[in-house]
Design a protein around this ligand. Structure first.
Ligand code: BDR
Ligand code: CA
Length: 315
C-alpha cells in the first residue's frame, strides 16, 4: 500500500480525510502532524489524536507542529465554518486516546518517518503548509524520500477566504510559496475548483451515519459545517475538500490532473494568498514552477470511493 503522512488542521473535512486514510485497506499511514489553521494547533492536535482513536488507530503517531505562519502574524482561524472546537462542537465526544502524547514536534516526526522509510512516501498537507516548508528548508536532503506531495489548496476561479484566495494558502502564503513554487518535489494540487464539484449530499451523509458507530460519530461532526455549506452551495450537502486530496494520495490517478505553471501571491495587497495559475492558450514560455493541478474526476466514482474507504475499511 501507499506510504502516507498527513499534515492537518482538523477541521471537519480533515476529520473525514483522516478517517479515509486510517480506515481504507492498503494504506500505510505512517504518521499525522498537526498545524494551526481552522482552529489553534493545540486543538487540532487534540482532535487528530481523538480521531485516530475513534478509528481504532492509536498505533499512528501524532506530532504537533506550527502554531503560527512563517512570516506574518497569526491569521484568523475558521471557527465560523468548523465550530469553536473545529469539529462542530463534537470534539468532546471523541474517545480518550490510548496512546501517550508524542513528545516530538512535527518537523522531527516528519524527518524521522521519512528517514526510516524504505520506499518513497506521499506527503499530504491538508492545512496551511507551514510544517512542510520548515521541513524542506531545514532538511533539504529529505526531498529524496518524498515520492510526491498531494496538497489540498488553492483556487483558480474564486477563493473562499478572500475573493481569490483559498484558506490553506491564505493562512500561510510564504509557506505555500516555498512548497509550491520554490521546491522541486513532484506535487499535485487539489484546488477548490475541483473539491466543490465533489460535494457530498444528504444521502451520502446518511449512508455514512448508518454505517456504524464510527460513521455515526463522523456524521455528527458535520453539523455546523452543513449549516455553512447550506448557504454556500444552496443545497443540503458539504464540501469535503481534504478527503478529495486524500483519495488521490491513497489511490494515485483517481483525480485527473493537468500541468500548469503556478505562482503564489505573497504580497500584502488584496490578492495575498492567491494561487496564480497560468492557463493561457497557447501555452506561454514560463519560468514559474509547473505543478499538476487536479481539475476533473469521475465524480460519482470518487464519492463512492470516499464512502467505501471510510465505512468499509479495516473495521
Ligand atoms: C480548506 O480550508 C479548511 O478550512 C479546510 O479544512 C480545507 O483544508 C478548504 O479551503
Ligand atoms: Ca484542512
Amino acid at each position: 500500500g501507499v506510504k502516507l503522512i498527513i499534515d492537518t488542521d482538523p477541521g471537519v473535512d480533515d476529520a473525514l480525510a483522516i478517517a479515509l486514510a486510517a480506515l481504507s485497506p492498503d494504506v500505510d499511514l505512517l504518521g499525522v502532524t498537526t498545524v494551526f489553521g481552522n482552529v489553534p494547533v493545540a486543538t487540532t492536535t487534540r482532535n487528530a489524536r481523538g480521531l485516530l482513536q475513534l478509528c481504532g488507530r492509536p498505533d499512528v503517531p501524532v506530532a504537533q507542529g506550527a502554531e503560527r505562519p512563517l512570516v506574518r502574524p497569526n491569521p484568523e482561524y475558521s471557527r465560523n465554518v468548523h465550530g469553536e472546537d473545529g469539529l462542530s462542537g463534537q470534539a468532546g465526544a471523541l474517545p480518550a486516546p490510548e496512546r501517550a502524547p508524542d513528545e516530538t514536534d512535527a518537523v522531527s516526526l516528519l524527518l524521522s518517518l521519512l528517514e526510516a522509510a524504505d520506499e518513497p512516501v506521499t506527503l499530504a498537507p491538508i492545512g496551511p503548509m507551514t510544517n512542510i516548508a520548515l521541513l524542506l528548508a531545514a532538511h533539504p536532503g529529505i526531498r529524496a524520500k518524498i515520492g510526491r506531495i498531494v496538497a489540498m489548496g488553492g483556487a483558480l476561479e474564486f477563493g473562499n477566504k478572500t475573493p481569490s484566495a483559498e484558506f490553506n494558502i491564505w493562512a500561510d502564503p510564504e509557506a505555500a510559496h516555498r512548497v509550491l513554487v520554490e521546491e522541486s518535489v513532484p506535487l499535485v494540487l487539489v484546488p477548490l475548483d475541483l473539491t466543490h464539484k465533489c460535494a457530498v449530499d444528504a444521502a451520502w451523509l446518511d449512508r455514512l451515519g448508518e454505517s456504524g458507530a464510527v460513521g455515526a460519530a463522523l456524521k455528527s461532526m458535520t453539523g455546523d459545517y452543513l449549516g455553512y455549506y447550506r448557504q454556500a452551495l444552496g443545497f443540503e450537502g458539504i464540501v469535503i475538500h481534504d478527503a478529495v486530496a486524500i483519495a488521490e494520495a491513497i489511490k494515485p490517478g483517481i483525480l485527473a490532473t493537468t500541468s500548469y505553471p503556478v505562482e503564489v501571491d505573497i504580497g500584502l495587497g488584496p490578492a495575498r494568498g492567491t494561487t496564480l495559475v497560468d492557463r493561457r492558450t497557447p501555452r506561454r514560455e514560463s519560468s514559474s514552477r509547473v505543478v499538476d493541478i487536479a481539475l476533473d474526476t469521475d465524480f460519482d466514482g470518487l464519492r463512492s470511493f470516499m464512502l467505501d474507504g471510510i465505512t468499509g475499511g479495516r473495521r
